[in-house]
Design a protein around this ligand. Structure first.
Ligand code: SAH
Ligand code: SF4
Length: 339
C-alpha cells in the first residue's frame, strides 16, 4: 500500500500514471493531501468514484494514528501519534490570541540522545530518528483533525533536529513547496551541534535558527547540558558568528531561566558579554517543571528583571509564553508516553 502523505507531486504523478490517469489527477490528489488535508480517499470529491476505488486498491492517505488528544485550557492541543512500528511522539498546536498564526511544534526524533538535565524528552534516551514523512505527517494530522491550515512550524518537540538533519531538511522542503508555508515561517531549534550549524551556514535557507544556549558560561552550561563538554560555548560562539556572516540572518538565542541558577545579575552580565557581537534576538524561557529534577521557575519579578537587563545590552528580548502546561505540552515536557 502506498501512503499518499509525504509524496511530492512527481511521486503522485508516477502513481496516477501507473493507474492510467492524467497528471491533472495527480495535482488534484496533491491539493487534497496538503492543502485540504483529507483523512480519506473518498473525500477527494472531484475524482470519479471509479477512480477513487482504483486508487484505494493501491494507496491510502496515512498510516499514523492519533493515540491521545488533549486540549489545554489555553487552546493548545497536544497529540500523541503512533507510527506503524508502535513508537509514539507528540506534536503540539499552539494558537496565540489575536493572531491568525497557527504554530505546530513538531518532533524530529523519538526520544533524544542529548539528555539535557532539565528536559523530560532527554530522560527517555534516544530511540530512533523520524523519517521526513513521519515529520510532515505530524502537521497533516493537525490539519486533518482541526480542519485548519498550519502557518508556522517550529522543530521544538522531541529530539535534536540537527542530529537528524537530512530528514529535517527534506521535511522543510516539503513544508515549503507542498504545504506552501514560507521558509521564514520555519524554525529549527538546536542544542548546539557545531558541525551541523556550520553545514547550515553553507546552505541558502531562509528559515530561522534558534540556539538553546541556556547558560552564561561553560561551568553552568556543562551542569545543565552534557553537550557543552563536546561542543563548548567558546567554539559555539565562533560557529554562530560564522553562521551570521555567511547567511546574513539573525539567530534566536533561547535561554532557559532557572531560579537562582542562571537568572542572577552576574549571569545577565556574562550573557550580554557573550552575545555582544552576535546578531541575535533573545527568547527567555521560564523553566517548566518536569518530574525528573528539582529546578524551579523564577518569580515573574526576576524574569522581568532579567529581561530588562538583557534589553539594556541592546538586544530584542521576548519571554516565551507558556502554552499547554496543564496537559504537559509546554517546552521540555514531552515524553512520548501516556501518563
Ligand atoms: N532539541 C532541540 C529542540 C527541542 S527542545 C533543542 O534543545 O533546542 C525545545 C526547547 O525547549 C529547547 O530550547 C529546550 O531547551 C527547551 N526546554 C527543554 N526542557 C525545558 C523545560 N523543562 N522548561 C522549559 N523549556 C525547556
Ligand atoms: Fe534533547 Fe532538546 Fe531535550 Fe536537550 S532540550 S534533551 S537537546 S530535546
Amino acid at each position: 500500500m502506498k501512503i499518499l502523505s509525504g509524496l511530492n507531486l512527481e511521486e503522485i504523478e508516477n502513481l496516477t500514471s501507473s493507474l492510467g490517469a492524467s497528471k491533472f489527477r495527480a495535482r488534484q490528489i496533491h491539493n487534497w493531501i496538503y492543502l485540504k488535508s483529507v483523512k480519506d480517499i473518498d473525500e477527494m470529491t472531484d475524482l470519479s468514484k471509479k477512480f477513487r476505488d482504483e486508487l484505494k486498491t493501491v494507496a491510502q492517505v496515512s498510516n499514523v494514528k492519533i493515540k491521545v488528544k488533549q486540549v489545554s485550557s489555553d487552546g493548545t492541543i497536544k497529540y500523541l501519534l503512533e507510527y506503524p512500528d508502535g513508537e509514539c511522539v507528540e506534536t503540539v498546536l499552539m494558537r496565540f490570541d489575536n493572531r491568525a498564526n497557527l504554530t505546530a511544534c513538531v518532533s524530529s526524533q523519538v526520544g533524544c540522545a542529548v539528555n539535557c538535565s532539565f528536559c523530560a524528552t532527554g530522560k527517555r534516551g534516544f530511540i530512533r530518528n523520524l523519517d521526513y514523512k513521519e515529520i510532515i505527517e505530524q502537521v497533516l494530522t493537525i490539519q486533518r483533525d482541526t480542519g485548519l491550515k498550519v502557518t508556522n512550524i517550529v522543530f521544538m518537540g522531541q529530539g535534536e533536529p540537527l542530529l537528524n538533519l537530512d530528514n529535517v531538511l527534506k521535511a522543510m522542503k516539503i513544508f515549503n513547496e507542498d504545504f506552501q508555508i514560507g521558509a521564514r515561517r520555519l524554525t529549527l531549534s538546536t542544542s548546539g551541534i557545531i558541525p551541523q550549524i556550520n553545514k547550515l551556514a553553507q546552505m541558502d535557507i531562509q528559515s530561522t535558527l534558534a540556539l538553546s544556549l541556556h547558560a552564561p558560561n561553560h561551568q553552568i552550561r556543562s551542569q545543565l547540558m552534557q553537550i557543552e563538554n563536546k561542543y563548548p560555548m567558546d567554539e559555539l560562539h565562533k560557529a554562530l558568528i560564522n553562521y551570521v556572516n555567511k547567511t546574513g540572518r539573525r539567530i534566536t538565542i533561547e535561554y532557559l531561566l532557572i531560579k537562582d541558577l542562571n537568572d542572577t545579575l552576574e549571569s545577565a552580565k556574562q550573557l550580554a558579554a557573550y552575545l555582544k557581537d552576535i546578531k541575535c534576538n533573545i527568547n527567555l524561557i521560564p523553566y517548566n517543571p518536569t518530574e525528573q529534577n528539582d529546578y524551579q521557575r523564577p518569580s515573574n519579578n526576576s524574569i522581568m528583571k532579567f529581561k530588562y537587563l538583557m534589553e539594556n545590552s541592546g538586544k530584542k528580548v521576548t519571554v516565551r509564553l507558556e502554552r499547554g502546561a496543564d496537559i504537559d505540552a509546554a517546552c521540555g515536557q514531552l515524553r512520548g508516553k501516556i501518563k
